[in-house]
Design a protein around this ligand. Structure first.
Ligand code: GUN
Length: 292
């Protein structure tokens, strides 16, 4: 039976800390941090995530701006919006919610963001700094996982960490951070992906597994070692008629069986997801401090 890594409670704690900072800033006559989010189109999941980001800003006293664009927006129009945000002095940071419609080149868009305002940490300048261990904006999901390990005082130094998935926003940065010098850090990392052979043989040797694959219930109990730490980044909407929303959010990990074998485990929902939002707010505070 494992201990739950409670991302919801931990993120609330971080938000409370940030909220106290904002109160102190306002008391001394300063403006609060200001985050903007650009949302293109009407994707249900993206709407939920961006809504959550904006609400969290309001809750802790940040200013927030939501910019919604039609899914027919051209790439040039989106780049124009980014240009405006880059030059808006009242704004500390902004994000462009992914995924973008197919006719828009994500890479071009992310590269157009001023790295000083890139609180998602997706710009090559910030990704490069992160990879070199320099202070920068660390992508919020891997940052949230590192913070969760830190606050639960889980020691991964010298341990074998297996990351499943090599996306630019989770798997790849996660593999770098886990192996970095620091606490938490110093893990021996294996980054696995769709071409990996004998995945289960590899995950069975892991002291910590981070799954960022997006395949519901992919990681089963027979794939993990007794007392492994299990971090589930999956948030797939699985159709379910019995649920009022018509779907359930399902992680990559077969939670019920894996929790019996793991030492620590993140639930879905309430694990990594809320931590992502808390770390975006933390990055925005860093942008604000650099800006003032
Ligand atoms: N889509 C899924 N995760 C993220 C994220 O962390 N940031 C942005 N901008 N889009 C996402």
């Amino acid at each position: 039976m494992s201990t739950i890594l409670d991302g919801k409670a931990t993120s609330n704690q971080i938000k409370e800390e940030l909220s106290q900072e904002v109160t102190a800033l306002k008391a001394s006559g300063k403006r609060p941090p200001h985050l903007a989010a650009v949302l293109v189109g009407n994707d249900g999941a993206s709407l939920t995530y961006v809504g959550s980001k904006v609400r969290s800003c309001e809750k802790i006293g940040y200013d927030s701006t939501l910019i919604r664009l039609e899914d027919t927006v051209t790439q040039d129009e989106l780049l124009e919006t980014i240009h405006t945000l880059n030059n808006d002095d009242t704004l500390d940071g902004f994000i462009v919610q992914l995924p973008l419609p197919k006719h828009i080149d994500e890479e071009v868009v992310l590269h157009a963001i001023n790295p000083d305002k890139d609180v998602d940490g997706f710009h090559p300048t910030n990704f490069g700094k992160m990879a070199l261990g320099m202070e920068t904006f660390i992508p919020a999901t891997p940052f949230g996982i590192m913070e969760l390990l830190h606050r639960y005082k889980l020691d991964i130094s010298g341990k074998h960490a297996v990351v499943i998935g090599r996306s630019h926003i989770v798997g790849r940065p996660m593999s770098i951070l886990l192996s970095d010098k620091g606490n938490p850090g110093n893990a021996t990392v294996t980054l696995t992906h769709s071409r990996t052979q004998n995945l289960a043989e590899i995950t069975k040797t892991a002291d910590i597994v981070v799954s960022a694959l997006g395949v519901p219930n992919f990681v089963t109990a027979d794939m993990i070692k007794q007392d492994a730490i299990i971090i589930d980044v999956g948030i797939t909407r699985v159709p379910d008629e019995n649920h009022p929303k018509g779907y359930v959010i399902t992680g990559d990990v077969a939670y019920d069986e894996v929790k019996e074998k793991a030492s620590f485990i993140t639930p879905v929902p309430g694990g990594v997801g809320p931590m992502t939002i808390a770390m975006l707010l933390q990055n925005t505070m860093l942008a604000y401090k650099r800006n003032s």
